[in-house]
Design a protein. Structure first.
Length: 92
């Protein structure tokens, strides 16, 4: 079967959030979870871009599901932190 590839761009609403989630997930890209896929991640402005290469569709789907879940969890966490932060401590 042919190699498969996917690229996902997610608008996270702010450059700060995109950079924070990028830094949080970057260590996960250094070592593949398995030999069948490789993932790269970068932030461009307020967008997070995830590029995935896999040997087959099953491996691509597994990698995609993992990263999308991690990104969704990170977004939820940053929103909770933003809501809990007292207004006088917010940086401009």
């Amino acid at each position: 079967m042919k190699d498969t590839r996917a690229e996902i761009s997610i608008d996270l609403g702010s450059k700060k959030r995109a950079m924070a989630i990028h830094e949080a997930l970057k260590p996960e890209t250094k070592y593949s979870a398995g030999p069948r896929s490789k993932v790269g991640i970068r932030s461009v402005g307020r967008n997070l871009i995830v590029t995935m290469h896999a040997r087959d569709v099953v491996a691509l789907r597994a990698a995609m599901n993992s990263y999308l879940r991690w990104i969704a969890s990170s977004v939820d966490l940053t929103q909770i932190v933003d809501q809990a932060r007292p207004k006088h401590l917010e940086r401009t």
